[in-house]
Design a protein around this ligand. Structure first.
Ligand code: SF4
Ligand code: SF4
Length: 357
């Protein structure tokens, strides 16, 4: 059965407040406001952007929607979970400070920010799922305990999943750090001894001390390594590459199973908005400004995370005139996450587009 996906076009460089008004019209046209009842706790799942990143969804894009939720007597809060990698969002204090630095302070957006998995990511529950990889997944409590979940995603490419939007925002973004670790555990990088300069930088960044210098080159202890990819991003000499064979498929499937764990007990109380604005090769976890890889398309809204992600890929393919994500990440088939999510019953890859102006 096909799902409806609403879309509003946005032009490159359009004023942020105007985009916010368009997002609000879309939100209402898609009926997402009807998800909210009086006194309900409404989690608005975001990505506040790593320091120096510029691609994240801006506060002005969402504040009109937050006002409407409050007008319906709902209790919205912005939320995200702490990251696995070392950066500005690995614990709740740094994460909140980063969110405020990017303009998500309560004085500006009018609602609190709550980091859903707690100070050191110990605030989570085990949720049962009947997955191919997992029987239990670890979901951040303050997302799990909300009455309504709205997931707002900035669509980007991704180094390990090829493409990241609603399914990724739910699955990876709704997981505790331990849950993120479990999703990544199959992806182990390899060091090229020829390219390694033994500079030691990757040792400093590895969260689990899995790397040591042996015989003049870095060596990774596969027992300790959980595949977070931090060393890959750190090495300036291209000496560490992810082992692409096979396991990135498992990562996407695991992510879909986590996404299912987030929403399975919230049926009829979840909504999604994908922002196809300033789409970049890598995600907003990258602490740098990245150029867009395609022209702006607009914003999409739906109640189905699979349909909205499929529509996002299709619209970006149309605008780019090529298979954009395949070209950006040729060794990754990002359709895996959609296939697995659809097979789990998370949503449909069939959709009907409804254009709004
Ligand atoms: S960062 Fe790269 S060059 Fe430096 S020790 Fe690690 S693998 Fe070798
Ligand atoms: S060795 Fe493994 S755990 Fe350590 S940084 Fe690299 S991918 Fe992460």
């Amino acid at each position: 059965m096909s799902s409806k996906v609403w879309v509003v076009p946005v032009r490159h460089g359009e004023d942020r407040e105007m985009v916010g008004q368009k997002a609000l019209r879309l939100f209402q046209a898609a009926g997402l406001h009807e998800l909210v009842g009086q006194d309900e706790l409404v989690a608005v799942k975001m990505h506040f952007g790593e320091r120096k990143n510029t691609g994240y969804i801006k506060p002005e894009h969402i504040t009109p929607i937050l006002e409407v939720i409050k007008g319906r007597k709902g209790k919205p809060f912005l939320t995200d979970t702490n990251t696995l990698y070392r950066g500005q969002r690995q614990n709740s204090v740094d994460h909140l400070n980063q969110a405020y630095e990017h303009g998500f302070g309560p004085e500006r957006v009018g609602v609190p920010v709550i980091i859903a998995d707690g100070l050191l990511s110990k605030n989570y529950s085990e949720v049962s799922v009947a997955g191919k990889h997992f029987r239990q997944v670890r979901i951040a409590n303050d997302i799990l305990h909300s009455d309504v979940l709205l997931t707002f995603s900035h669509v980007t490419g991704h180094i390990a999943t090829g493409f990241g939007a609603a399914i990724k925002n739910l699955g990876m973004g709704g997981a505790s750090r331990g849950g993120k670790q479990m999703q990544h555990s199959d992806v182990k990088p390899k060091v090229s001894a020829q390219k390694c300069k033994a500079c030691g930088l990757c040792l400093q960044w590895c969260p689990v001390e899995a790397i040591e210098i042996v015989d003049g080159a870095a060596r990774i202890d596969e027992e300790k390594c959980y595949g977070c990819g931090e060393c890959t991003a750190t090495c300036r000499f291209g000496a560490i590459d992810i082992n692409w064979k096979g396991n990135l498929v498992a990562l996407q499937e695991k992510m879909a199973e986590y996404a299912w764990g987030v929403v399975k007990d919230k049926l009829g109380k979840v909504g999604f908005m994908n922002f196809l604005i300033h789409v970049t090769k890598e995600c907003d976890c990258m602490g740098k400004a990245q150029p867009p890889v395609v022209g702006d398309v607009g914003i999409l809204a739906a109640r189905d995370p699979v349909a909205i992600d499929q529509a996002s890929i299709d619209l970006l393919t149309q605008v780019a005139g090529k298979n954009l994500f395949q070209e950006l990440w040729p060794k990754i088939d990002c359709q895996v996450q959609l296939d697995h999510a659809a097979a789990l019953g998370l949503g449909s890859r069939e959709y009907e587009l409804v254009w709004c102006e």
